[in-house]
Design a protein around this ligand. Structure first.
Ligand code: FAD
Length: 622
């Protein structure tokens, strides 16, 4: 069947997951939008939230995972279930499906998600081995466990291969079903992409306290069958083995890019359809969103990122100009009762410094921040036990630290203002240390460290960090703050689009009509996006090269005061400046604005939030 043409634009969406659902919801938000959408999904059901799959092992009903069905009740959309697209004919702008139907499109949107990977070892396809990607996968695990334990007449033993977030949640769910479960992880610690050894060991203890066994640094080499052919044991590289009646693989995903590959679209060598920052592929009539898409060689593996892409693609189809923008990645979850979060670049890299700002081992609380060598830029951090500051800290990643943020990052603790020694190894007061570093013209950890404190001592590092931040604060002024981000923190531009937000200074929060006119003129001249944020006006989108002339223009208009105009003792920079890392969608109060990139569709079970994408609205029609 070939569809008849009509005046409405034909939008064909391949895949009916989270990204596709958000795309269609945004596309149809305007009741007058002249589009006709066909969404083809190979699963026998409508879109649902995969991030809540483990709840099915605890007895949840699949209907609880469904995404908002109202979207699909719009007359302009048709969902075709249980159908798979097999081929794209780009020349004729059609696709062909498994049931030999042909659908024509004006715009094709690939939202095919990923395959769940298994480790490539003998026996990984044995009965009793599962991946965990769909409702059917979760139901298969649940049914297998029920029937196998009846058959065996004893509780089962299980293994989850992969100790990341999904693996640990699957392991806890299996354990909750009475399966004696072992997590097998090749790296030296759990959640190795997100947590350092200390934080990982806290999470490990919490998971073990729930009855789950953890084996790290363990490579599975083979899975053995029993006499019935089903899996019965795992063999490891070190020669040991572990009995297991059920095995779940959570070792990562592979983008489902075969349609694109066969159609000759540009595909990343490591998998994923290459897209630009508006979700466009190498064919102007084809967009790609969600886990199948790849921007800047970075993979997408979280709900928030998939949704943001759906929003940006919908805006593009409707003639807007929203763009994807890198924001600090983060993970925020609770496992075994322990809350933890990691954001930005939380693991120590060359040139970065870890500062443990708080540790209470007895209470299981730890807060570690990673700074650039000059203490001027927060690169990332890890919170365990108390994650209350997570969003605020995450928002500060990549920016030059302002006085406000500095106070939040390293609140003055005992000894910070004492005349007594702040640490046994330093033996001097905070004020003295600041004065010493200033007179020695030391402004970096790498140069301060040989002069004071003991390498490896957390208290010394914290004391130096506080002193360096104080120096930064006392020097904060336009000449220092306006230094381009790339010069200060080479890793940060990877997480931003490289533009900055400038918040003009206003005397006692007052703006005269002339100030407003001047602001408008400056925004127009520099092609910036003004936005009202928390009782102030910000100018968004300044490129690094614009910063110096922009500040000059603001100062000339009285919107960036000279030093003399600052209150005595005030260390706060007069005009705030920060990299433009936040997604913006002016004038929208719904999900796009409210949830931005961060929240998963649902927060069932252990909440986890992670994403690396936001978006910025550039010149779209209201
Ligand atoms: C167990 C698990 C736990 C997770 N937990 C979290 C979490 O806590 N937080 C979080 O943010 N993220 C989590 N995720 C990740 C998140 O679910 C995914 O990032 C998100 O679902 C990606 O959305 P998508 O639309 O790109 O792909 P999907 O949701 O996978 O949708 C793609 C759809 O396209 C269909 N399809 C593929 N090819 C074709 C074709 N040729 N024809 C027709 N249909 C096709 C697929 O069958 C599928 O239904 C989790 C994922 C899993 C598996």
């Amino acid at each position: 069947m070939t569809e008849t043409a009509s005046s409405a634009r034909r939008i064909l969406v391949v895949g009916a997951g989270v990204a596709a659902h958000r795309f269609v919801a945004c596309l149809l938000r305007d009741p007058g939008a002249p589009v006709r959408v066909t969404m083809i999904g190979e699963e026998g059901r409508g879109p649902y939230d995969r991030s809540a799959l483990t709840s099915l092992l605890s007895g949840a009903d699949p209907a609880e995972l469904e995404l908002d069905r109202a979207v699909l009740r719009d007359d302009r959309v048709r969902l075709i279930r249980d159908e798979r697209v097999l081929h794209i004919d780009r020349a004729h702008r059609t696709v062909r499906t498994r049931s030999r139907r042909t659908y024509a499109y004006d715009t094709l949107v690939l939202a095919t998600g990923s395959y769940a990977a298994r480790v490539a070892v003998e026996g990984s396809e044995l009965p009793g081995c599962f991946v965990f990607r769909s409702i059917e996968d979760a139901e298969a695990v649940r049914d297998f466990v029920a029937s196998r334990s009846r058959e065996r007449g004893r509780p089962l033993r299980g293994a989850v291969i992969g100790g990341g977030l999904h693996g640990l949640r699957a392991a806890l769910a299996l354990s909750g079903m009475g399966v004696s479960t072992t997590v097998v992880q090749y790296p030296d610690r759990l959640l190795s992409a997100h947590l350092d050894p200390v934080a990982a060991s806290t999470v490990r203890a919490a998971v073990e306290a729930q009855g789950v066994t953890v084996r790290t640094h363990t490579r599975t080499t083979r899975l053995d069958p029993d006499e019935s052919g089903a899996v019965t044991a795992l063999e490891f590289q070190d020669g040991t083995f572990e009995r297991a009646d059920v095995v779940v693989f959570t070792v990562g995903v592979r983008p489902r890019d075969e349609l694109a590959r066969n159609a000759g679209l540009a595909v990343d060598p490591r998998g994923g359809v290459v897209i630009d920052d508006r979700c466009g592929t190498s064919d102007p009539h084809i967009l790609a969103i969600g886990e199948v898409a790849r921007l800047d060689e970075r993979e997408v593996s979280f709900v928030g990122a998939a949704q943001v892409m759906g929003e940006v693609a919908a805006a593009r189809v409707l003639g807007g100009d929203e763009r994807l923008l890198r924001v600090a990645e983060s993970v925020h979850a609770t496992l075994g009762g322990v809350a933890f979060a990691s954001f930005g670049d939380p693991l120590l890299r060359v040139g970065a410094v870890e500062v443990v700002t708080h540790r209470d081992t007895a209470a299981g609380v730890c807060r570690k921040l990673v700074f650039s060598d000059d203490a001027r830029t927060l690169l990332g951090g890890i919170l365990v036990g108390d994650t209350g500051d997570h969003e605020a800290l995450r928002a500060a990643v990549g920016s030059l630290v302002s006085a406000d943020v500095a106070a939040q990052l390293l609140p003055a603790g005992d000894g910070a203002t004492d005349d007594l020694g702040i640490c046994d190894h330093i033996g001097t007061s905070h004020a003295r240390l600041v004065a010493d570093l200033r007179s020695a013209e030391v402004s970096r950890f790498s140069t301060a460290r040989p002069l004071v404190g003991r390498d490896g001592c957390d208290d010394c590092t914290l004391a130096i960090a506080r002193a360096l931040l104080d120096l930064v604060r006392s020097r904060a002024g336009w000449s220092g703050v306006a230094e381009p981000l790339a010069a200060v923190c080479p890793t940060a531009p990877l997480r931003t689009d490289g533009t900055w937000t400038v918040r003009p200074w206003t005397r006692e929060m007052m703006l005269s009509p002339a100030d407003l006119v001047a602001l408008g003129q400056i925004a127009e001249e520099f092609r910036l996006q003004p936005r009202i944020v928390e009782a102030g006006i910000e100018l968004h989108g300044a490129r690094p090269a614009q910063l110096a002339p922009l500040i000059e223009r603001l100062a000339a208009a009285g919107l960036a005061p000279g030093d003399g105009e600052r209150a005595a003792g005030e260390t706060r920079p007069a005009t705030e400046l920060r990299p433009d890392t936040r997604p913006e969608a002016p004038g929208r109060s719904d999900s796009a604005q409210g949830r931005r990139a961060s929240a998963p569709v649902a927060s069932r079970g252990a909440v986890s939030v992670a994403n690396g994408w936001g978006y910025r609205l550039v010149g779209a029609e209201p």
